[in-house]
Design a protein around this ligand. Structure first.
Ligand code: NDP
Length: 344
């Protein structure tokens, strides 16, 4: 049973083989199950920027607990129930939840319910790839949905600017905003990603690494920015503050440019928040679980109607998980980064 272990608190970017390691352990697939118990086989894992925040000393408080040292890290998974003595989670059901990053896990009904393990439609009947259930139809998709509808107060005709726009959250946010009649502008860290953004309907897109951010925002957002979907923080935020309109909103979703710094960057131009009466609100997706049924219904329909496209990068094999996480933290992923662990 290959597991991905949190071995040491990193300084800066995590080091593979030191801070995050791959371990093999025993797992008896033939051991008898008690009533209510079941075994899941991991099919696909999601690696996400927030995981870096969980690789910290447990004494540092945060909205999410630190990973336990020498234990498997956790994250979003789609798993198949392969053996079961549970009527809630019968054999051959596909379950979505946060789970341990290991090939096989034994669960019981009580802990599964408490940990939000939910049965999803059999991907074979919908034609939707399994990996979509941890991306566009999983936590990142819900994050985009919550950000736009609960925080951003988006309105038809407005201009929204999205950073890290070609990523797991950004591409969903952009396409939903476009469908709601906004002018959508995004930035990303390569020309290939920028071309993709234009292909999926962004009105404007630029490469923030090679192009001047201020000049690009001036050109692509001629009426200013009404809503900023903030994914990166730092200098980007500082520049965007000068382009926001009066009564603009900042959807403070994440600040990935800061996660591996030992000292956070200072951000200027904050007086804009007062003078332009900007609403700058953070949020954590887990506070909006009540929105999930509506989100799933809306976005599943958009996928089936081909109104939303979703790019993913697949790493093959659970042992590739540490590299996949580092890829996300360095921006080497293109679209949602997932790890294919096993086929059905
Ligand atoms: P992505 O798929 O967008 O991957 C991260 C991307 O961030 C990289 O591909 C890279 O894209 C960009 N990036 C990495 N390092 C930097 C850097 N130093 N400066 C600027 N950009 C960088 O990740 P997600 O879509 O999963 O997450 C996007 C944001 O949303 C993150 O900040 C994340 O923490 C946040 N989030 C927040 C949630 C919440 O509940 N509030 C829930 C889920 C995500 P590029 O090539 O464009 O640089």
């Amino acid at each position: 049973n290959t597991q991905i272990i949190f071995s040491k608190v990193p300084t800066g970017y995590p080091v593979i083989g030191q801070d995050i390691t791959v371990k093999k352990s025993e797992f008896d697939l033939d051991a008898p199950l008690k009533d209510g118990e079941f075994i899941v086989k991991n099919l696909v894992l999601s690696v996400d920027p927030y995981m870096r925040g969980k690789m910290r000393d447990a004494s540092i408080p945060s909205y999410t607990p630190a990973y336990e040292l020498n234990e498997p890290i956790t994250g979003d998974t789609m798993r198949l129930v392969i053996k079961s003595k549970s009527s809630l989670y019968p054999e051959q059901s596909y379950v979505y939840s946060i789970g341990s990053f290991e090939e096989y896990t034994k669960l019981n009904e009580q802990e599964a319910k408490a940990n939000g393990v939910v049965v999803r439609n059999d991907p074979k009947t919908t034609g939707i790839p399994i990996s979509n259930y941890v991306g566009v139809l999983g936590m990142p998709g819900l994050t985009a949905y919550v950000g736009l509808y609960k925080i951003g107060e988006i309105k038809r005709g407005e201009t929204i600017y999205i950073s890290a726009a070609a990523g797991a959250v950004g591409q969903v946010a952009g396409q939903i905003a476009k469908a709601q009649g906004l002018r959508v502008v995004g930035s990303a860290g390569s020309d290939e990603k920028v071309a993709y953004l234009k292909e999926i309907g962004f009105d404007g897109a630029f490469n923030y690494k090679t192009q001047d951010i201020h000049d690009q925002l001036t050109e692509l957002c001629p009426k200013g920015i009404d809503v900023y979907f903030e994914n990166v923080g730092g200098k980007m935020l500082e520049i965007v503050l000068n382009h926001l309109n009066t009564f603009g909103r900042i959807i403070a979703c994440g600040m990935v440019s800061q996660y591996n710094l030992t000292k956070p960057e200072k951000v200027g131009n904050l007086l804009n928040i007062v003078s332009k009466r900007i609403k700058f609100q953070g949020f954590i997706v887990y506070d909006y679980a009540d929105l999930e049924p509506q989100f799933l219904a809306d976005v599943t329909q958009m996928i089936l109607d081909k109104k939303i496209k979703y790019r993913e990068t697949h790493a093959e094999g659970i042992e590739k998980t540490p590299e996949a996480l580092l890829d996300v933290l360095h921006g080497r992923n293109f679209g949602k980064q997932v790890v294919d662990v096993a086929s059905v």
